[in-house]
Design a protein around this ligand. Sequence first.
Ligand code: AMP
Length: 190
Amino acid sequence: MLNLILFGPPGAGKGTQAKKIAEEFKLMHVSTGDILRAEIAAETPLGLQVKAIMGRGELVSDEILIEILRSVIEKSKGVKGFIFDGFPRTIPQAEALDKMLTQEWQNISAVISLEVGEEELVRRLLNRAHELGRADDTEAVIRNRLMVYDKHTSPLLDFYKVKGLLKEIQGTGGVDAIFGDLCRVIREVS
Ligand code: AMP
């Protein structure tokens, strides 16, 4: 199996690239943000529980996320591999993912980090909020999401670096050029 983590701050382009990678390498795309947004849209108890937290740009609890992942992995027997997008976002999530994959005799093949500067991220996220009519995605919420990333998620870079799994890629430039760089790295590890 080929199990990839697409890593990077909000606005780095993980969603766009993860979809393309899933198609190219026949992997299952797991976006925890999409899963949570679907729960909110369906007004499930979980959706109601996480709506305000997500609206503030904060992280949903590790417990909830790990449970979601467990259920996704259980339901995905027979897939060729996963591309994780937006997960893990904390060290406990990364440790839980390792454990779940080990139980299936699997491991992470590579963690690919998309590198984009902070002001470019804010510009992209404001544009996206405007295009999608997300009026509550204000600059303050966006800056909070980036702060949360720095504090809770960026330590994962070292976590995976010491395991020798981290690959870094420039996340600026055209979508197709970035995708080309990603494909090169993925072919090296697959
Ligand atoms: P995303 O679409 O990946 O940017 O996720 C949108 C929001 O969903 C985040 O700002 C968090 O509130 C929540 N979320 C998604 N994935 C996770 C995760 N792995 N851990 C905690 N919260 C998450």
